[in-house]
Write a protein that binds this ligand. Structure first.
Ligand code: FES
Length: 571
């Protein structure tokens, strides 16, 4: 049998092997260095990432499973990103977390890794890291929180914050009631319970084949989560023995399954950026157009907030992801594998829908076509995206006057001004929020509606931005406009009063200004002034190397894989 990678550190009688073993003996059994596999558990548990704070308990169950299968489990705390806390935006740090995790997996004497994530950026960063090291890896998603209630109604974590805050601004909910809802919003351990980015990424990861099938979406408080963690611990040892690496599991067909899943569940637009970044780490040719080509034929089957009504514990009760995938089996790649070595489609036979109000059947979908629409035109030469399922139907074809904001601060300063020259047909444009311009591409594209329009009962408008939108948000929002304004994109040339045409069925986004006139314009001065190039540290590295949204907003030098080899000894 070929020795495990960890034997490069531990095997032998020389001084270096002695040092590696001696310091690791604390707490490990005598036989820990007899050639058995060593498994890192990349653990994003952190008190400052409340959605992941319970992952230490999950980690202990993984450990038991690894021990039971004859391996040696090792907790490896890695960079954790709490979506609601981290400034200026967790997305700025996703690539840093991925890079740090990649290097720590590679640098250490381990043969495989179990990845524990939950909150939005944690699973993407772990997958990007694992793809670039390419050691056997399995994800355990930390699971959604249970449903909280307020005034007798279920609360969708995230989505209802936007709704309640707009109602308060519109005068239909008092500030006192708004604040009273705060203690009900987060009802238990676990990540947001809507079909936001965390739930989406957990389910899409299962579709990619990177979890044991059937476990994504298990609520954080459900004892089956610990069972699954235990099972994953046993499986990773098998995976190491089989030499099954991410590069042998994740293929273009896996991304097809992920895109079908993303559409059928009505998932977050953030998954587009994350999947493009993961594909880039594996040198798999995945483009924005693949999302439209594959996803737009897929019916929307899941009735979850923000596009629908229910929440993640309803989703699990109704049958979970496998029951959704059974309905769209013909759209899946039959050969795409999972970590178990079996194709994903081989797990669908027994899956059943138990509540078709939550998970609709193929013959009566919630919407006949879901997915992400990719728009192009003189305002988004390399693409922009919109999630039609979360948009207002009457706005999907719309022409209106632009009202331009040069930065998020500019928008906040003016949006509630009663003299703002805006009506329900106006198109709100927010720029300076792309990967480079903010920096970090924050979730601000679903900008609040002007207060005076809210008071008139307006609840949606066309909004266009080079940033992202929270997966828990909704509205007719065109986002990820590429190239962004700060990278010289035409979004930086729009002026208040210009006409813009959005045509989602035609997949176009057009600034109704002639090419000659555009060529004569210079980028907005206030927008350029709002961009101050960072002087040092990660932010400087980031703005100098970040790619645009249509390439996954990874750093240019992090694309591809370096494998698991480390050639030099530490002493
Ligand atoms: Fe962590 Fe929503 S804030 S998943």
């Amino acid at each position: 049998m070929v020795p495990h990678r960890s034997a490069q550190w531990y095997a032998g009688t020389d001084r270096n092997a002695y040092i590696h073993r001696a310091w690791m003996r604390r707490g490990l059994a005598e036989n820990a260095f007899d050639g058995r596999p060593h498994v890192a558990i990349a653990n994003t548990a952190s008190d400052l990432t409340p959605c992941n704070a319970h992952l230490d308990e999950v980690m202990r169950s993984v450990k038991e499973g690894v021990y039971q299968a004859g391996g040696v489990p090792l907790n490896l705390p890695v960079v954790s990103l709490g979506e609601t806390n981290v400034r200026p935006t967790a997305m700025l740090w996703r690539n840093m977390a991925a890079m740090a995790t990649e290097e720590m997996i590679r640098a250490n004497p381990v043969d495989g890794v179990v990845l524990l994530g939950g909150c939005d950026k944690t699973i993407p960063s772990l997958l990007m890291a694992a793809a670039s090291v390419d050691l056997p890896a399995i994800v355990v998603p930390g699971g959604p929180m249970k449903t909280g209630t307020f005034q007798g109604q279920p609360l969708g974590c995230g989505t209802d914050v936007w709704r309640l805050s707009e109602e308060t601004r519109g005068g239909t909910l008092s500030e006192e009631q708004f604040l009273r809802s705060e203690s009900s919003m987060i009802s238990s351990r676990g990540h947001c319970n809507t079909m936001g980015t965390a739930s989406t990424m957990a389910l899409v990861t299962e579709a990619l084949g990177m979890t044991i099938p059937g476990i994504a979406g298990t609520p954080a408080v459900d004892s089956r989560l610990l069972e699954h963690a235990h099972e994953t611990g046993r499986y990773i040892v098998e995976l190491i023995d089989a030499g099954r690496r991410p590069s042998s599991i994740i293929t273009k067909g896996s991304f097809q399954n992920a895109i079908v899943t993303l559409a059928a569940i009505g998932g977050s637009t953030n998954a587009v950026v994350h999947l493009l970044a993961i594909a880039g780490r594996l040198n798999i040719e995945l483009t924005l157009d693949d999302f439209d080509r594959i996803g737009s034929r897929v019916p929307l089957l899941v009735n979850l907030q923000p596009a629908g009504r229910f929440l993640m514990d309803d989703f699990q009760r109704a049958g979970g992801l496998l029951s959704v995938l059974r309905e769209v089996k013909d759209l899946l790649d039959p050969d795409a594998l999972t970590v178990t070595g079996r194709p994903l489609v081989s797990y669908l036979e027994d899956a059943r829908i138990w509540d078709d109000e939550v998970i609709a059947r193929r013959n009566s979908p919630i919407a006949p076509e879901a997915g992400v629409a990719v728009l192009r035109g003189n305002l988004a030469p390399t693409g922009a995206v919109i999630k039609p399922a979360a948009a207002s139907t009457h706005l999907l074809q719309h022409r209106g006057r632009a009202l331009v904001f040069d930065s998020i601060e500019d928008m906040h300063a003016r949006i509630d001004d009663p003299t703002l020259d805006v009506d329900a047909d106006s198109i709100l444009v927010l720029r300076g929020c792309g990967p480079r311009g903010y920096p970090g591409m924050p979730e601000v594209a679903n900008m609040p509606l002007p207060k005076k329009l809210l008071e008139q009962g307006v609840r949606d408008m066309v909004r266009i931005c080079d940033g992202r939108m929270s997966g828990t948000a909704y509205g007719t929002v065109v986002l990820h406009v590429s190239p962004e304004a700060a990278a010289g994109g035409p979004l930086g040339l729009v002026r208040t009063g210009d006409e813009i045409t959005l045509d989602v069925p035609g997949r176009t986004l057009t600034l109704e200004v002639s090419d000659e006139e555009l060529a004569a314009r210079s980028p907005s001065v206030p927008m350029a002034a709002a961009f101050a190039k960072p002087e040092r540290g990660w932010e400087l590295l980031y703005v100098e190397h970040v790619l645009q949204a249509d390439s996954g907003a990874d750093l240019d030098f992090l694309r591809g894989s370096s494998g698991d080899r480390v050639t030099r000894e530490s002493h």
